[in-house]
Every structure is written in structure tokens, then in C-alpha cells.
Design a protein around this ligand. Structure first.
Ligand SMILES: [Zn+2]
Length: 67
């Protein structure tokens, strides 16, 4: 089994005609960083547009083992 600790995300270019995207690991970000905060900060390396849409790839299980 692979570790599920990392939070994989895909950053999509805001321009749907460009649709450039890149996978990242968001687990290195501090807890107080919200995806909605960093979305506008990305600049597409293909078309140069600022802004992005971020989607998570693996959602870590929220449920524990009890106790
Ligand atoms: Zn783009």
C-alpha cells in the first residue's frame, strides 16, 4: 500500500482554452493556507494568464480508527 499522507492536487490554467495543468503536492503547505488563497497566485507557464483552478486528486480519509 502506498502512503496516503500526501495531498495531491492538480493546478489547472484558468483559461479553459489553454487547459494547461500540473500536478503538485499540497501537503507541504501550512495548514492555514487555503486553496482559494493560492489559486489566484499561480501564473500559467504556457499562456501567461494569472489565476488557476485547483482540484485535489487523492482525498485522504477523514475517518479514524476510533478512540
Ligand atoms: Zn494557460
Amino acid at each position: 500500500m502506498r502512503k496516503t499522507g500526501a495531498t495531491r492536487i492538480i493546478v489547472f490554467c484558468k483559461d479553459y482554452r489553454c487547459s494547461h495543468n500540473v500536478q503538485m503536492d499540497a501537503s507541504r503547505w501550512p495548514d492555514d493556507v487555503r486553496i482559494s488563497d493560492v489559486e489566484p497566485r499561480f501564473v500559467c507557464t504556457v499562456c501567461g494568464k494569472r489565476g488557476s483552478n485547483i482540484r485535489s486528486v487523492d482525498v485522504p480519509p477523514k475517518m479514524g480508527t476510533g478512540g
